[in-house]
Write a protein that binds this ligand. Structure first.
Ligand code: HDD
Length: 741
């Protein structure tokens, strides 16, 4: 574990302005445009960014430069082009050990993909606590602000296979492995604060229902099919998470614009042995934001790697994704204070009841070197915790403690997966576990305990205030051994209603749209009816709107269904809405500048400078690659073609003035489509000078508050940024429906 000095003095303003004054946070390095250079392995691109985990991995990195090609046994290979044959045109000989080794290894290259969360992308980084949390926990990584704890974070979708698209409607996984000095702590969360089911025994049923249907393996990366909605309609505890999935949370803009949640109540244990319940939150410093549904669907084809690419390129560019760690603390004596059970993973704890205390920051600052070795082989287990933390009795969490370790044994081929470099702790680890497939360590003489032949090493460490052995919090228990669900888990509808009522009108419209789209793909009518029936227990208006879209009408009985009660007196909770009146940070946003020969080069430079100054990334797209001639007789370099970089890849577009340039764009269908789609997806559109003509040539309504028109380059950029801060032009939604992009 590397110990860092307080670097707050060198921290750059703006980039780290969310850290409290004096917090020991490392400055970010200067940023280059993402995707501007060829991508490369993390250690090639960012060699100066390192930590104890990355140093540990260095020992395993291979460097084939100036090396001979050899077999796995070290024999130099003289011919890697031809197999050994009986005569020039003869059959291949079994004797060919080089061929056999190569083909055999190839034949066994694949391992089973994860049962869920198969599609993912990951990055290295570090976590630092702002201020000691010793009143709550003795876990070193939450106590010592001088430590930066290495982390490896894997983001994922749940439903699709390894090769599925990133932008599908789904829950996202947000799994963090903290390589602490006291062992690995895995916080294996999602981008929603709640889960679909309450008890782990239902997980196989739920996953079978959401995965592609068993007879034809359709659909891929989507929950829009009969078996999922059949299960949902029969298991009302799913409704809360389903509401989140149908909302914009199901289609995040990027991994860096997504919240993360540990979901379950855990326990923090301090040096005196006192316990507090805790719920973990990750808050992105870029703010949380989502895609538009049509855009998400277009993206599955235009760039199936959209989220993965954005994560990778941002890190290469030095524009590191950051998340603050937040804690919701519930004293033990408040365990029964709420209308819901804090052990129920389908219930969140509203932030207005228990505010989230921000305690530290995680920065993702280096890409992996090898997808398989690191991202695919990383094995997260919620059972991996360190002294100072403990589990609660949440029945979903309890089942997870078993499942993850178990699944790795078949996924990674045996019980020694902790020895795979990415999974190894950075602190020493010795015990008497022995042998098994793929054992790497060469163990010492005694393989039992107690022993006298090795002086009883390795020995137990008694629990202590610091650096002690793990001890389970002594929690009093009572009751009978029973197979039941606690009655305190019974209310399925109050929290989905709180979520619904906390959304803006736009967000509510999107939820109605989400349900209507998905149910539109459900073939069996009785399943659609039952889902609508479930919705009537949440909100009549929601149910009626979805019903209408799927050709149903609510019955008198359904309209008489009781409205669920408020959650601890709350009708709304602002933290549940993504948008509200919030202004969004513009840092890290991507903006396209459309140009062609004859563009005003000075304007390109001014707009670029204005936006880059705010941390916004700009890319210049033209009908072709290469140097584009400017009005001033100079050249600007095109970063890509308009065709290859459609508007779904960016947050907004500015068309730069120039008579000839606009005339060329008027003849370019891809440029026209750019504006049509940007308009349809509610994006800010900047039109400088002549560019208005391009807009006017399209079947679009008169410029609205998100179409920013000005002759002056700086002014158009300023107006554009004001619109970008709203994330989307929400007022345009009705007009956008009519645009046939
Ligand atoms: Fe799970 C993977 C998140 C409940 C069983 N889960 C997995 C991953 C994430 C989650 C993010 C991917 C980790 C990675 O990137 O490798 N799972 C959750 C959350 C849950 C949850 C937030 C509820 C709060 N999961 C859950 C239950 C079970 C599992 C109740 C089983 C009883 N999950 C698995 C698994 C996976 C997995 C099958 C597949 C691959 C793996 O574990 O390593 O064991």
């Amino acid at each position: 574990m590397s110990v860092k000095k307080d670097k707050s003095e060198s921290a750059k303003p703006h980039l780290d302005d969310t850290a409290p004054q004096g917090a020991p946070i490392k400055p970010q390095k200067s940023v280059s445009p993402p995707g501007a250079e060829p991508t490369a392995a993390g250690s090639d691109k960012n060699p100066s960014v390192t930590n104890t985990k990355l140093e540990q991995l260095d020992a395993y990195r291979e460097d084939p430069e100036n090396q001979a090609l050899r077999t796995d046994q070290g024999v130099k290979i003289a011919d890697n082009q031809n197999s050994l044959k009986a005569g020039v045109r003869g059959s291949t000989l079994l004797e060919d050990f080089i061929l056999r080794e190569k083909i055999t290894h190839f034949d066994h290259e694949r391992i089973p993909e994860r049962i869920v969360h198969a599609r993912g992308a990951a990055a290295h980084g570090y976590f630092q606590v702002y201020k000691s949390q010793q009143a709550l926990t003795k876990a070193g990584f939450l106590v010592d602000p001088g430590l930066d704890t290495p982390v490896f974070v894997r983001f994922s979708t749940v439903q699709g296979s390894r090769g599925s698209a990133d932008s599908v409607r789904d829950i996202r996984g947000f799994a963090t492995k903290f390589y602490t000095q006291e062992g690995n702590f895995d916080l294996v969360g999602n981008n929603t604060p709640i889960f679909f089911i309450q008890d782990a025994i239902k997980f196989p049923d739920f996953v079978h229902a959401v995965k592609p249907e068993p007879h034809n393996e359709i659909p891929q990366g989507q929950s829009a099919h009969d078996t999922f909605w059949d299960y949902v309609s029969l298991q009302p505890e799913t409704m809360h998470n389903v509401m989140w999935a149908m909302s914009d949370r199901g289609i995040p803009r990027s991994y860096r614009m997504m919240e993360g949640f540990g979901i379950h109540s855990y326990k923090l244990i301090n040096a005196e042995g006192k316990s507090h319940f805790v719920r973990f939150h990750w808050k992105p410093t870029c703010g949380a934001a989502s895609l538009i549904w049509d855009e998400a669907q277009v993206l599955t084809g235009r760039d199936p790697d959209f989220h993965r690419r954005e994560l990778w390129e941002s890190i290469e560019a030095g524009d590191y994704p950051e998340y603050e760690l937040g804690l919701q603390i519930i004293p033990e004596e408040d365990e029964h204070k709420y209308d819901f059970d804090i052990l129920d993973p389908t219930k969140l704890i509203p932030e207005s009841l228990v505010p989230v205390q921000i305690v530290g920051k995680m920065v993702l600052d280096r890409n992996p070197d090898n997808y398989f070795s690191e991202t695919e082989q990383v094995a997260f287990c919620p059972g991996n915790i360190v002294p100072g933390l403990d589990f609660s009795d949440d029945p979903l969490l309890q089942g997870r403690l078993f499942s993850y370790l178990d699944t790795q044994i078949s996924r990674l081929g045996g019980p020694n997966f902790h020895e795979i470099p990415i999974n190894k702790p950075v602190c020493p680890f010795h015990n008497h576990q022995r042998d098994g497939m793929h054992r790497m360590g060469i163990s010492g003489k005694a393989n039992y305990e107690p022993n006298s032949i090795n002086n009883n090493w390795p020995r137990e460490t008694p629990p202590a205030k610091k650096d002690g052995g793990f001890s389970t919090h002594a929690q009093p228990l009572s009751g009978e051994k029973v197979r039941v669900r606690s009655e305190s888990f019974n209310d399925y509808y109050s929290q989905p209603r709180l979520f619904w009522l906390s959304q803006t009108k736009t967000e509510q419209d999107h939820i109605v749209g989400g349900f209507s789209f998905e149910l539109g793909k459900v073939v069996r009518p009785w399943i659609r009816e039952r889902v609508v029936d479930q919705l009537t227990y949440i909100d009549h208006q929601l149910a009626a709107r979805v019903a209408e879209n799927v050709g149903l009408a609510l019955t008198k009985e359904q309209l008489a269904h009781p409205i669920p009660k408020d959650v601890n007196g709350l009708k709304k909770d602002a933290a549940l809405s993504l948008y509200g009146e919030k202004e969004h940070p513009v840092k890290s946003r991507q903006v396209a500048l459309l140009v062609a020969d004859g563009v005003c080069g000075e304007s390109v430079a001014k707009i670029t400078a204005e936006l880059n100054g705010l941390g916004i990334h700009t890319k210049i797209f033209a009908p072709r690659l290469g140097k584009i001639k400017t009005l001033q007789g100079k050249e600007v370099n095109a970063d890509g073609t308009i065709e290859g970089n459609p508007s779904v890849l960016v947050d907004g577009v500015i068309v730069v003035t120039g008579k000839e340039s606009i005339e060329a764009l008027l003849k370019n269908g891809n440029a026209k489509n750019y504006l049509l789609q940007a308009f349809k997806h509610l994006k800010a559109i900047g039109l400088q000078g002549e560019a208005l003509k391009l807009y006017q040539a399209l079947p679009l309504p008169k410029p609205d508050e998100g179409v920013l028109v000005d002759d002056d380059a700086k002014k158009v950029a300023e107006k554009f940024v004001t619109a970008l801060k709203k994330h989307r032009v929400w007022s345009r939604e009705a007009a956008a429906q009519e645009v046939p992009a």
